[in-house]
Structure formats: C-alpha cells, structure tokens
Design a protein around this ligand. Structure first.
Ligand SMILES: Nc1ncnc2c1ncn2[C@@H]1O[C@H](COP(=O)(O)OP(=O)(O)OP(=O)(O)O)[C@@H](O)[C@H]1O
Ligand SMILES: [Mg+2]
Length: 235
C-alpha cells in the first residue's frame, strides 16, 4: 500500500479548475518530486493533500485511509506536515516559538525533536531567540522546514524549498532534504529547480495546467527530451 495516494483528484478555486484528474502515489521512504511551471498546480496539489483545499471529486489516502475532506489540522495530526511556499513563518515569534508551534499536533513539543531539528539546522540553534521575521531568507526556509519536522511527520510536503536562495544554500537545503529522508521521512517535493529536485528524488511527476503529463523514475526524467527543454533550460 502506498504511503500517500491521490486518485483522480479534481480541485477547484470557485469555478476555476486547478487540478484535473491527478493520480499519483508516494511510497514509504521515497522522495518523489513534482515539477512544473508557474501556475501548473503544484502548490494546489500539496494543499489538496494537507487539507487546505478540498477536492471536488477524487480521493487522497494516507496509508489507505481517506483523508480528503478532513480539516487540515486533522490531516496534520495523522502525520502530514507541509512547509509552505514562501515559508509562512510567524515573523514576530522567535525561532524557538516557531518550532514549538510546529509541534501543535503533539501533546507537548518533544525535546528530542528539537534536538533533531538543531542537528539538521545548526543555524537555527544559534538563533534560537531571534525573531523569525528578522532572519535571512535562507534561515527562514530552514525554520519552515524545521517547524514542519517538529510534528514528526510520516510525510513531509515541501513547497519550493530552494526558492530565492543562493546556489550554495540551495545545495545545503537539498542535502538536508536527503538527510531528513534518510532518517525515515517520506518526502513529496515541489520544485521549479527540476535538476536539483530530480537529482535527489527516486521518482518524479511533471504537471502542466493541472494535469500530469509525465511520470517516471528520476533518472529517466533527467534524460527526457521534453523535461530537458521545458524544465532544465536546454535547447
Ligand atoms: N486561492 C486561489 N484562488 C484562485 N485561484 C487560485 C488560487 N490559488 C491558486 N489559484 C490558481 O490555480 C492555478 C494553480 O496554482 P498553484 O498555486 O497550484 O500553481 P503552482 O504550480 O504552485 O505555481 P507556482 O510555481 O507559481 O507556485 C493557477 O492558475 C492559480 O492562479
Ligand atoms: Mg506554487
């Protein structure tokens, strides 16, 4: 049974159909990436999984249990954490307070989870009492990912973690995504940085105007002509 499965999902914003029959799956322990250009429906896919958007038809299942239609906090409680596009950290709260908020699905924040986050992101430990809004873009990205990990999720949904980061920091972030996965967390990664995403992923899907147009293992997608032209900037 897949860890996460979307079956013929159709999601709308009012009358606008943003997802058109999305069917995909993520197995336990995998990194799966979803690539596509602006407005393709990547964030909507993640929001439909995390319960921020409810599909009009189709189902989302987590370990075989239907989660579509559940409110977002219940989905979070079942083990799905999202690091949203644009980070959405709480700017007036400190790093520590932001991380504690991430543990809202648990009875209390677990010091072991904090230790794990600080091990992955030593920078956050150095800045534990800094107001999150005063941190750099890269640090805020680390905080958003750390906050999501505080829920000790089974599935981590990452929406464009490399957006706006300097190339060196992009490498760092992708390395950390690998580490998080190696520690047992299943990852669904949304990226416009297709090269980096496919380099760490097991499998990938390509989405165009709300429809999946390609699904393959990451190595094959890296060699695919359409992917190379449209998403890797090659002639
Ligand atoms: N809250 C909303 N209300 C109305 N339309 C929306 C809303 N959010 C997204 N859309 C529309 O749904 C479509 C898919 O948007 P989505 O944010 O999922 O794209 P994306 O692939 O994440 O793009 P980007 O790479 O720019 O983040 C777009 O046409 C967008 O304008
Ligand atoms: Mg998006």
């Amino acid at each position: 049974m897949p860890m996460l499965e979307l079956n013929d999902v159709n999601s709308y914003y009012g009358n606008i159909q943003a997802l058109k029959g999305i069917t995909l799956s993520v197995d336990q322990g995998e990194i799966v990436c979803l690539i596509g250009s602006n407005g393709a429906g990547k964030s909507t896919t993640l929001k439909t999984i995390s319960g921020l958007v409810h599909p009009r038809t189709g189902t989302v299942t987590l370990e075989g249990k239907v989660i579509s239609g559940m409110p977002a906090h219940e989905v979070a409680g079942l083990g799905v954490a999202q690091s949203p596009e644009g980070r959405r950290i709480f700017p007036r709260m400190t790093v520590l307070e932001n991380l504690e908020m991430g543990a809202f699905t648990r009875p209390a924040p677990d010091p072991a989870d904090l230790d794990r986050v600080f091990e992955l992101f030593p920078r956050l430990k150095e800045r534990i009492n800094q107001k999150a809004g005063t941190m750099s873009g890269g640090e805020q990205q680390m905080l958003a990912m750390g906050r999501a990990l505080m829920a000790r999720p089974k599935v981590l949904l990452l929406d464009e973690p490399s957006m706006g980061l300097a190339p060196m920091l992009v490498d760092v972030i992708f390395g950390i995504i690998r580490d998080i996965n190696a520690q047992g967390t299943t990852v669904l990664l949304v990226e416009q940085n297709a090269l980096q995403a496919l380099s760490i992923a097991n499998r990938g899907y390509v989405i165009q105007t709300g429809k999946l147009v390609l699904a393959d293992d990451a190595k094959s997608l890296l060699k695919n002509d359409m992917v190379r032209k449209a998403y890797l900037g090659e002639e």
